[in-house]
Design a protein. Sequence first.
Length: 150
Amino acid sequence: MRTAPEAPPPVPKLTIRQARASDAEAVGRLLSTVGFEGDASGARKAIASANARKEPILVAERADVIGILAWTVIADVLAGAVGRISVVVVDEHDRRDGVGKALYEAVVEEFGKRKVGLIEGMSDIEIRNANGFLRALGLRQVSYRFVARI
């Protein structure tokens, strides 16, 4: 007699929450997967700095941390309050499964509380398909950004 194949285990529910110091290793790992210099020590400092500014890094969690989104609100002489998304990274195995969109929706809710009138998404020019992801969220390219380290 044939036995029925076992059903796969249920996928844990996706949770979006503020990053904690205990997430530093996962945050550093995610950053390093897309070419940023990421390690637990640097991530711990970034988490603490974001929390002190009351602009916490968001994490997506399904049993483990599988995505992050870093953001800030800046004042702009023309646009007023601008919500800037500076980093979105989702674990390679969890991409195209709504994780990045869930992080985006969570930060848009936060931007609404802060009376943000414009959302700005930044992506590293070298990260494959980052621009496509931002376009899929409804953002459009309106400028170039130039930087210099000092």
